[in-house]
Write a protein that binds this ligand. Sequence first.
Ligand code: NAP
Length: 283
Amino acid sequence: MKRFGIIGYPLSHTFSPLIHQAAFRHHGIDADYSIVELPKDRFRSAIAELRKEHWQGFNVTIPYKTEIIPFLNTLDPLAERIGAVNTINITQAGQWQGYNTDYLGFLDPLQNHFSQLKRCLLIGAGGAALAVGFALLEQTAVAELVIINRSLDRAKRLMNKLNAYKELDYTALQLDTSRPSLPLFDLIINTTSVGMGETKREMPLNPLLFADNRTIVYDLIYNPLETEFLATARKKGLQTINGIAMLIGQAAESFKIWTGYTFPEKLRIQLKDELSGKKGNHN
Ligand code: NAP
């Protein structure tokens, strides 16, 4: 039996086992997908242990998408450019290869909007924000990008990295209680974890402060399906996107890397309905 898993902390919110196990079943692949929850103080030693065991691949999530890189043997060019890894493929010779599939997953639900996304507000500067930043730069019409994060240092680091890759109008700001003076945006994206777990009733900032009626408000969080951030935008009639399409999109790309098989389209639609609460309840 092949063994796959997801590395992160905390992982109580994850839907990844459900998605991958359904795809393995569909293709008749004898494989298991488990949750590998690693607290920060055990991360290094646990990765060393995992490297000795018999695994074929991992997904990597909060908060380890950049921390995992020194433990890999090779990096795919996209993951190298982004500087964050959410998928590891392990070869028969035991080589750990890093990939980033968040990039494509993030773009999935925006496909019809690329040309209208000129001003973007990126909230957060962690592992997911790196993929989102590069996806915006490479695939959309973004000309002005504001990055706002709890730690200003990290926002500046992300800004400098993106600016070194492609020059445009950047601003880096600290997320605090004061209301920054900013323009209205075409796209506002929450890539922080504020809105899930213990912060379920919070939002990183009020999207309505920087939105007009054409603004798209996107939250990478998928559990809960509708965060405070998205609910606030929806109640004002704005278009909102939650993290479900990205979750399934990035999983489909990981699945292809591990197995060589395309993720079945019918299953993608079925999972989207199921995880969006149209069938069953996964909250
Ligand atoms: P990460 O690398 O740990 O980054 C976490 C980000 O959240 C950082 O910007 C951090 O700010 C910020 N943050 C954490 N707690 C905060 C708080 N109390 N107040 C303000 N800011 C806070 O994690 P990640 O891998 O980027 O993931 C971030 C989120 O995206 C998670 O909710 C994850 O589930 C979601 N995600 C979803 C998908 C999907 O497929 N839908 C894919 C990837 C990620 P500092 O820099 O100041 O610490």
